[in-house]
Design a binder for this molecule. Structure first.
Ligand SMILES: Nc1ncnc2c1ncn2[C@@H]1O[C@H](COP(=O)(O)OP(=O)(O)O)[C@@H](O)[C@H]1O
Ligand SMILES: [Mg+2]
Length: 284
């Protein structure tokens, strides 16, 4: 496997590919896509990590069923190094594992950025094929901190086919592509593409509109990596902590297809686009 990492970057030195999962709008399914994609890839035998970078609204502990777990810490020299929690074959860290789930995390931007940085730099992520960052919605300080800390291989933008979500997805694309960030867009994932009732398996209801992501993808010359329908068990899996990709054959297959597309486009990116540089922003 080709990696895009530049030699000389110390952080996440054992991680071959760093993938940001982003969206413009909240609630479009970033965390659902990130968890199920990560677990689908782990089921294929790949070494996978996922970092919940939604510092203000972490949802991975619940979605991956690790709310009660607390990461262990080891001493390296005189430094405390956090060991990611393992579940469903995936290495996971989230700020939600360090604060009570009943506490509202009210932090100022710089504090949130510092926490994200620590979860990257003060943790033993080891050797990974792919590491996903489940980002907060929008274009925030957290996004900037990420690209200023490590070289992000590429970004996946999640959107529903709805106009208001697509308008925000475009902002996400522009942020990653624009100066000074310059992170390649691997593609779009369209979530909640249609709804098929169990009793009418041949019907597709396009509740949020049809092929909305395809239109944006064509306009910005990026691929649609997958379309994920509205499925009750995806929601239930998110609430129960057992990602439905594990138990539901149809969802399992859609995420397997998504995973192979993601891998294909990362390989293409690594062959054809120069390695991402860590962003240096000098404030005037
Ligand atoms: N394809 C889907 N089918 C059914 N429910 C979904 C689907 N995608 C997301 N959900 C549900 O929608 C809600 C928002 O999803 P989430 O992944 O938390 O979005 P985000 O991380 O973008 O804020 C969650 O309750 C999740 O279970
Ligand atoms: Mg989320």
């Amino acid at each position: 496997m080709i990696s895009n990492k530049e030699p000389g970057n110390n952080y996440l030195s054992g991680v071959k590919n760093i993938v940001a999962i982003a969206s413009g709008k909240g609630g479009v399914g970033k965390s659902t896509i990130a968890t199920n994609l990560a677990v689908a890839m782990a089921l294929e035998g790949l070494k996978i990590g996922i970092l919940d970078a939604d510092i203000f609204g972490p949802s991975l502990p619940k979605m991956l069923g690790i709310e009660e777990e607390r990461p262990r810490v080891k001493k390296v020299g005189n430094k405390d190094i956090i060991i990611p929690v393992q579940k469903h074959g995936v290495n996971i860290l989230s700020i939600g594992l360090f604060v009570s789930r009943f506490d509202a995390t009210v932090w100022r931007g710089p504090m949130a950025s510092k926490v994200l940085k620590q979860l990257i730099t003060d943790a033993d992520w080891g050797e990974l094929d792919y590491m996903f960052f489940d980002l907060p919605p929008g274009t925030s300080d957290i996004h900037l901190t990420l690209v200023q800390t490590i070289p992000v291989t590429g970004a996946i933008i999640v959107s529903t086919p709805q106009e208001v979500a697509l308008a925000d997805a475009i902002k996400g694309i522009s942020m990653f592509r624009g100066e000074p960030i310059d992170v390649p867009i691997l593609g779009l994932v369209e979530n909640m593409s249609w709804f098929t009732p169990e009793e009418l398996p041949d019907k597709k209801y396009y509740i949020f509109g049809k092929d909305g992501c395809k239109k944006i993808a064509d306009k910005f010359s990026v691929p649609v990596l997958g379309q994920i329908p509205i499925v009750q068990s995806l929601r239930e899996g998110g609430d129960s902590g057992v990602p439905s990709v594990i138990e539901n054959e149809i969802i399992g297959q859609s995420f397997k297809d998504l995973a192979s597309n993601v891998i294909k486009h990362i390989d293409y990116r690594n062959k054809h686009i120069k390695p991402t540089k860590v962003v240096e922003i000098t404030r005037k």
